[in-house]
Design a protein around this ligand. Sequence first.
Ligand SMILES: NC(=O)c1ccc[n+]([C@@H]2O[C@H](COP(=O)([O-])OP(=O)(O)OC[C@H]3O[C@@H](n4cnc5c(N)ncnc54)[C@H](OP(=O)(O)O)[C@@H]3O)[C@@H](O)[C@H]2O)c1
Length: 248
Amino acid sequence: MKKTIVLVTGGSRGIGRSICLSLAEHGCTILFTYLSNESKAQELRDEINQMGRGEAYGYRCDMSQLPEVLDLAKRIKRDVGYLDAIVNNAGIVGDGKPFLFATDEHWWHVIRTNVGSVTNTCRVLLPMMISRKAGRIINITSLSGQKGNAGQSAYSASKAAVVTFSRSLAKEVGRFGITVNCISPGLIDTDMTRDISNEYVANRLVWSPLKRKGGADEVANFVTYMICDAPGYIIGQELTIDGGLGVS
Ligand SMILES: NC(=O)c1ccc[n+]([C@@H]2O[C@H](COP(=O)([O-])OP(=O)(O)OC[C@H]3O[C@@H](n4cnc5c(N)ncnc54)[C@H](OP(=O)(O)O)[C@@H]3O)[C@@H](O)[C@H]2O)c1
């Protein structure tokens, strides 16, 4: 049977890693990128290949840099030929300083990383999907992009930008059989949130219905559903998975 080939950006750790494992469980071929953590990438490649269901390819690539993404496209064409789906997951939260205390350079670094990583993959890899008249793109956004967050102005702005970018792109490429949607997690237990103080987390969760962080596997299962099983009639949406944090 033909395997579904999926690119997951920022797959070496956290939510991206769980997405890779969940898709591999479903028999997909996984292409994942990472920025610098070679040992984590090697670990994931080995784990997936040992599962004996889907194959894994890992690529070091700074997704915010267009020339690196152009080179990634060449390597993908050489290794597997085409893509069925892309999960734009790579992202950074930044150092958590209030807007007036963050340097201009740092602010734009967060925007460039979180927005540029998404637009670069779409710019470079969408033509491959358009020529095949099929494809699914999932962009990982954030509850912070919906509600804003003190100390995360660049992060929140970047994620909100990805949502409207995705909606616009969905309107442009739907006629080619390609769907574009966002999945917006709340507070998820990964390296990104482990440094946040217990007091801050407790305050955020106190009014939420579940009163706990989400697991990366919970987000991953949702992404896998959207790629492998969801109706192709879901287009241009931002789907929230936050344990009710956003409605509390
Ligand atoms: N955790 C949460 O509570 C939460 C909530 C809402 C949304 N999100 C979003 O979910 C996504 C994943 O978050 P996470 O918590 O799993 O983060 P994480 O644990 O910090 O992992 C980030 C991953 O992205 C990679 N990465 C970072 N910058 C990159 C770049 N420029 N090019 C390529 N890869 C890059 C890292 O590679 P290395 O291993 O090489 O560093 C790593 O694999 C992000 O977009 C984040 O904004 C997270």
